[in-house]
Design a protein around this ligand. Structure first.
Ligand code: 13P
Ligand code: SF4
Length: 365
């Protein structure tokens, strides 16, 4: 029997609070058939419904381990794609709002990466000399490209191990789409800045000369996160003047100067754990998304720890915030009614190739 979809228009006018009890009831009705995964940047009124939370690496591992029929991803599009690629045949990955994308992931696409590969091919044989490495914040077809060309996926947690793996196999890396994570990781590996050159996909030959392509160790795709680019060196310097004993911790998507001025740089999981394990009464300046920082600041208050946000302006992952209580309630109630809405399904061949690159990452880290 064909089950019809419950329209979103019935959920749109609901107040956030009104969705709460409906989400709880739908979760109860679905029981172990559904698992809700939530990224640390998710807004509080959605995050609290997550069964499992984590950074991108942890969530991709959790997605590959769960047996639930429905993996409801409260994150962004590429995360739900990873869940689908790593899932078992009986499972379905769901993104409650399909417009929850990642602006950084959108800065690279297959046509531009293939063009870069062709252009580099005019100077050297990329399949012999270059490992393509895609940050997990990228579309599945780019992961598939890496799978097909001897490449790999990385996250902010394992970028160093992955770059080491890549440079052990071939002499150069093409790293996309986040130049900042690539540059910071290369710097930690003692690769001179002069050997990490930005590849501008909107310029012929990436804006580089054949000589520059030949001497580069890492070609850094000209991409960035619109949230993390808001954090600036001056924010750190000003805060340090006022808080001389305080500590600064940043996500590696921040620019190079911010990372260099920070005491610690790491993934969202790393940021949370480092502050949780710090001494009572300590003060922190945090360079990452606002929902995470607000949650952590509240959690740390009873221990007398002060956790402050790095930028003077609001920097939220506005695309992830599109997963609101209304969309979560809507997608769960449809599942209860037997209708799968907003399923994320990566085409089979693309999924097979993307899986190669993801499995290589999971084996390395
Ligand atoms: P993490 O893997 O550190 O959670 O980062 C994901 C992300 O999108 C940061 O902007
Ligand atoms: Fe993408 Fe930036 Fe949002 Fe992370 S914070 S999901 S990189 S837009």
């Amino acid at each position: 029997m064909e089950v019809s979809t419950i329209g979103f228009d019935r959920f749109k006018p609901l107040a956030d609070d009104a969705c709460e009890s409906r989400i709880v009831a739908a979760k109860k009705a679905l029981g172990e058939r559904a698992v809700i995964l939530g990224h640390h940047y998710q807004r509080a009124d959605v995050y609290k419904h997550a069964d499992l939370t984590g950074d991108s690496l942890r969530l991709s591992k959790l997605a590959s381990q769960t047996d639930a029929e429905y993996i409801v991803f409260c994150g962004v599009h590429f995360m739900a794609e990873v869940a689908d690629v790593l899932s078992k045949p009986h499972q379905k990955a769901i993104l409650p709002d399909l417009s929850a994308g990642c602006s950084m992931a959108d800065m690279a696409n297959l046509a531009k990466v293939e063009r870069a590969w062709r252009e580099i091919g005019e100077v050297l044989d990329p399949d012999e000399k270059i490992t393509p490495v895609t940050y997990i914040n990228s579309a599945a077809d780019l992961k598939a490209f890496c799978g097909e060309h001897g490449g790999i996926v990385c996250t902010s947690t394992n970028a160093r191990e992955i770059l080491q793996w890549s440079l052990n196999r071939r002499e150069k890396v093409l790293f996309f789409p986040d130049q900042h994570l690539g540059r910071w990781t290369g710097y930690l590996m003692d690769i001179p800045l002069a050997e990490m050159l930005v590849w501008d996909p909107d310029e012929p030959m990436g804006g580089l000369t054949p000589q520059q392509i030949k001497m580069a160790r890492i070609l850094l795709w000209k991409g960035h996160c619109s949230v993390h680019q808001m954090f600036q060196a001056q924010h750190v310097l000003r805060w340090r003047q006022q808080n001389p004993t305080g500590q600064v911790i940043s996500h590696p998507e921040c620019n190079f100067e911010v990372c260099k001025l920070s005491d610690y740089v790491g993934s969202t999981d790393f940021i949370i754990k480092t502050i949780q394990q710090s001494a009572p009464g300590s003060r922190w300046l945090v360079g990452t998304e606002l929902n995470l920082v607000n949650r952590l600041a509240e959690e740390m208050k009873p221990q007398g720890k002060v956790v402050q946000f790095m930028a003077p302006t609001v920097c939220m992952c506005s695309t992830m915030a599109r997963i609101d209580p209304q969309h979560l309630a809507w997608s769960l109630e449809n599942l209860v009614a037997g209708k799968v809405v907003n399923q994320i399904k990566v085409p089979q061949r693309e999924a097979e190739l993307a899986r190669i690159a993801l499995d290589r990452m999971l084996a390395v880290s």
